[in-house]
Design a binder for this molecule. Structure first.
Ligand SMILES: *Cc1c(COP(=O)(O)O)cnc(C)c1O
Length: 363
C-alpha cells in the first residue's frame, strides 16, 4: 500500500509544458510560452537588482507598495486588490475558496486549461460551452447555466485562440448570470488589445458583488520568471481570499520590480507598439501565404494549417524546429491542426515568416 491522492486529482491529465530546448541548437527562438521576448523595462531590472539587498527579509505581508501603485495607476480601491505568485495562484485561491464537490464550473470550449485543472481538483464538474469560430459565445455560456453553476471563467482575450469579447458582450454575460455565480475575467493579455469595443472588467467590476478580474506581470511587463500577478475582487471575496492566501505568497523582489515596471509607461508603450506592428504584419503575411490565422488581440497568433500530411501543424512544427524556432502545439481539446506562436523580436518574427513561407512553398 502507498499513500493515495484524492480520486479527483488522478482525473487530471499530466501537464505538458511548452518546449524549452531544441537538440543541437544553443540559442533557439523560443516562441512557445507567450513570454515578452523584448524583456522587462530597464527600470524594472534596476529595481530587481536593488531588491537584492533585502533578500534576507520577508516581504511585506500586506503587499502595500504594489497594491498602492496599482490602485493609483488604474484608479481602483486598494482594499479590493490582492497580489499573488503569478495570477495563476490567485485563480487557484479563488477556486479553492468558492468551488467544491457538486458545483459546476462553466468554461468556454477553447478556454485556458488552468481553470479546468483547479476546478477538477476541487471535485467540481466542468461544463464546456461551444465557441463560434474560436470566439467565446455568451449565448452558449448562458444556455449552460444551471442551479449548480458556481463559477464562469473566461480569459479575455483568450489563450490559445487570441480572440476577445467586446465590453458589451462581457456585460451581457454578467447581467444574465444569477447573482450567486462568480464571474472570473482573466485579462492576462488585456494590455495588448487594440480593438475599440474592448473594455476591461477593471472599469466596472467594482460595481458588482460577483466579478473578479485577474491581471499579470508575466506577459506585457516581461516578468514571467518572477511570478507576480494581481486580482481585483469584490470586498467580500477579498476577505475570503485573504483567509487562504499564504502570508508571503508574493516575494519581495517581485513586488518591488512590478512597481517599477508599472511606472515605466514609456517602455510599456514601446512593447505594445512593437507587438501591434508585428501582429498585423505577421497576420497579413501568413494569410497571404494561404494560412488561416485566427484574429488575435494578444501577443501570439494561433495559426491553422491545411489538413494535408505534408502541410499540417505537425509538419509545420518540425519545419520551424529544424530552423531553431520553438512553437507551441496546442493540446487536445483546442482547435485542431494549429500552432500557437508568440510574437517575438523583429528578427525572430522574420525568421518565422521566412520559415513558414518556405514550408508552404515546399522549398
Ligand atoms: C499567461 C497567462 C496567465 C498568467 O499566468 P501567471 O501565473 O500570472 O504567469 C493567466 N491567464 C492566461 C490566460 C495566460 O495565458
Amino acid at each position: 500500500m502507498i499513500p493515495q491522492p484524492r480520486p479527483c486529482v488522478l482525473e487530471l491529465p499530466e501537464y505538458v509544458p511548452g518546449e524549452r530546448e531544441l537538440k543541437g541548437i544553443t540559442e533557439p527562438i523560443k516562441l512557445s510560452s507567450n513570454e515578452s521576448t523584448l524583456g522587462p523595462s530597464p527600470q524594472a531590472l534596476q529595481a530587481y537588482a536593488d531588491a537584492a539587498t533585502q533578500l534576507h527579509r520577508y516581504p511585506d505581508p500586506d503587499q502595500n507598495e504594489l497594491r498602492d501603485a496599482l490602485a493609483e495607476h488604474f484608479g481602483l480601491a486598494v482594499n479590493q486588490l490582492i497580489c499573488g505568485n503569478g495570477s495563476a495562484e490567485l485563480i487557484q485561491i479563488l477556486i479553492h475558496a468558492y468551488v467544491g464537490e457538486g458545483d459546476e464550473v462553466l468554461l468556454s470550449e477553447y478556454g485556458f486549461p488552468l481553470y479546468r485543472i483547479f476546478a477538477i481538483s476541487q471535485g467540481a464538474s466542468v461544463i464546456s460551452s461551444a465557441e463560434v469560430d474560436c470566439v467565446t459565445s455568451v449565448d452558449h455560456l448562458l444556455e449552460c447555466v444551471t442551479p449548480k453553476t458556481k463559477l464562469v471563467a473566461i480569459a479575455n482575450p483568450n489563450n490559445p485562440t487570441g480572440t476577445y469579447l467586446s465590453g458589451s458582450e462581457v456585460r451581457r454575460l454578467h447581467t444574465n448570470l444569477p447573482a450567486h455565480v462568480l464571474l472570473l475575467l482573466d485579462e492576462a493579455y488585456a494590455e495588448y488589445v487594440t480593438a475599440e469595443d474592448f473594455e476591461s472588467g477593471l472599469l466596472w467590476a467594482t460595481e458588482t458583488e460577483n466579478v473578479v478580474v485577474a491581471r499579470t506581470f508575466s506577459k506585457l511587463y516581461g516578468l514571467a520568471s518572477l511570478r507576480i500577478g494581481w486580482m481585483l475582487t469584490p470586498r467580500r471575496a477579498f476577505q475570503t481570499m485573504q483567509r487562504l492566501r499564504i502570508t508571503f505568497n508574493a516575494n519581495g523582489s517581485a513586488l518591488a520590480t512590478a512597481v517599477a515596471a508599472l511606472h515605466d509607461v514609456k517602455y510599456t508603450k514601446h512593447v505594445q507598439q512593437h507587438n501591434q506592428l508585428w501582429r498585423n504584419r505577421m497576420t497579413d503575411d501568413l494569410e497571404a501565404q494561404g494560412l488561416n490565422v485566427i484574429p488575435s488581440m494578444t501577443n501570439f497568433l494561433l495559426i491553422q494549417f491545411p489538413d494535408e500530411p505534408k502541410l499540417n501543424s505537425d509538419a509545420a512544427a518540425n519545419a520551424l524546429m529544424d530552423n531553431g524556432i520553438i512553437p507551441r502545439p496546442v493540446s487536445a481539446g483546442s482547435p485542431t491542426n494549429c500552432l500557437r506562436i508568440t510574437i517575438g523580436k523583429s528578427e525572430e518574427n522574420q525568421a518565422v515568416l521566412n520559415t513558414l513561407k518556405q514550408f508552404i512553398q515546399g522549398t
